[in-house]
Design a protein around this ligand. Structure first.
Ligand SMILES: C[S@@+](CC[C@H](N)C(=O)[O-])C[C@H]1O[C@@H](n2cnc3c(N)ncnc32)[C@H](O)[C@@H]1O
Length: 308
């Protein structure tokens, strides 16, 4: 309550007192670290997150990401940490209500509008990458001959399964799935997912592998505000523990994977702390006779600069 009211110093004092009673309570240690970081107590925050890592078998709370934000560790590969999975397992019961009612989530509607109905033959085979609870799938189902979904979180997949709208549901990482898909797709959609991924070279290459020739993909990235930032900044780990990407970076990664950008727009995706959150929304296409090329091997620096 004190944190919600903005009384961070009061909250920290209470957290310190509580930790005296329960020194190894990991949730409390993470909350302490977050509060210290927000108060600018960097060294104390770093010590808290390190203490958490020392006590935990797995980094479910994203302590490595916090350490990266504090400049005390390199940014970890988010797809390899248990953090995202744990985050959405915990969130799955509240996800639909929270996103649709509280956060004015527009992602599924935006994707449905861009993808359309596919005409008399429908959309064909469709893959929902990072399908979550199925909010995007619900919009597209009626137009799909086949609809697959893939997600990291079992909790989210359970909700999607209960809706009975997917022909196939898979648990795993988006890039790994795209490199070994069970079929080729006419459409692939990834809404509000790639901001949990970071570097996009693998995903762009994977889109080229999992799309049929001429197939299309619609995806969002959280728009990185590059004003005032270093010239070549292409993505940034944000205080929200998600990544922002520049549109220029996405275009370069798509081009390196020989995907044609058909459409690019910037839209309000949802609210974040009561303010509009902007996303770049891309529609790309695998050329009709397009060979598959690995993104990152072409004109772009294979080690894009990540700042945190
Ligand atoms: C904000 S939710 C969006 C869900 C859905 N696309 C929608 O628009 O309602 C993000 C989802 O992406 C999944 N996710 C994040 N990173 C992933 C990854 N590397 N591989 C697979 N799923 C991932 C999460 O588990 C979560 O369900």
């Amino acid at each position: 309550m004190l944190i919600d009211q903005g009384d961070l110093a009061g909250a920290l004092s209470l957290l310190d007192q509580t930790r005296e009673l329960a020194p190894d309570w990991v949730d409390l240690i993470v909350l302490t670290g977050e509060t210290q970081a927000r108060l600018g107590l960097r060294d104390e925050a770093v010590a808290s997150f390190r203490r958490y890592l020392g006590l935990s078998d797995a980094d479910r709370h994203g302590a490595m990401l916090h350490l990266a934000l504090l400049g005390a560790a390199p940014a970890p590969d988010m797809t390899q940490t248990p953090y995202v999975r744990a985050l959405f397992d915990d969130f799955s019961d509240r996800f639909d209500r929270s996103l649709l009612q509280d956060l004015a989530y527009r992602g599924p509607a935006l994707a449905a509008e861009l993808i359309g109905t596919g005409g008399p033959d429908g959309l064909g085979s469709v893959l929902d990458l990072g399908c979550g609870t199925g909010l995007v799938g619900e919009r597209l189902r009626v137009h799909c001959a086949w609809l697959d979904g893939i997600d990291l979180s079992d909790g989210m997949l359970e909700k999607a399964r209960a809706k009975k709208i997917y022909d196939g549901l898979y648990q795993g990482d988006v890039a790994a799935f795209l490199f070994d898909p069970p079929r080729l797709y006419d459409w692939i959609v990834a809404v509000d997912v790639l901001n949990y991924v970071g570097a996009l070279d693998q995903v762009m290459t994977g889109l080229g592998l999992a799309l049929r020739s001429g197939g299309r993909a619609v995806f969002t990235v959280e728009a990185l505000d590059t004003s005032g930032a270093a010239e070549r900044e292409v993505m940034r780990l944000l205080p929200t523990l998600r990544y922002g990407h520049s549109a220029e970076y996405v275009r370069a990664m798509a081009a390196a994977a020989r995907l044609t950008v058909l459409d690019q727009r910037t839209e309000v995706l949802r609210l974040e702390a009561g303010k509009p959150l902007s996303a770049h929304v891309f529609t790309v296409q695998r050329p009709a006779d397009g060979a598959v090329v690995a993104a990152g091997s072409g004109e772009l620096d294979p080690e894009p600069r990540i700042s945190s």
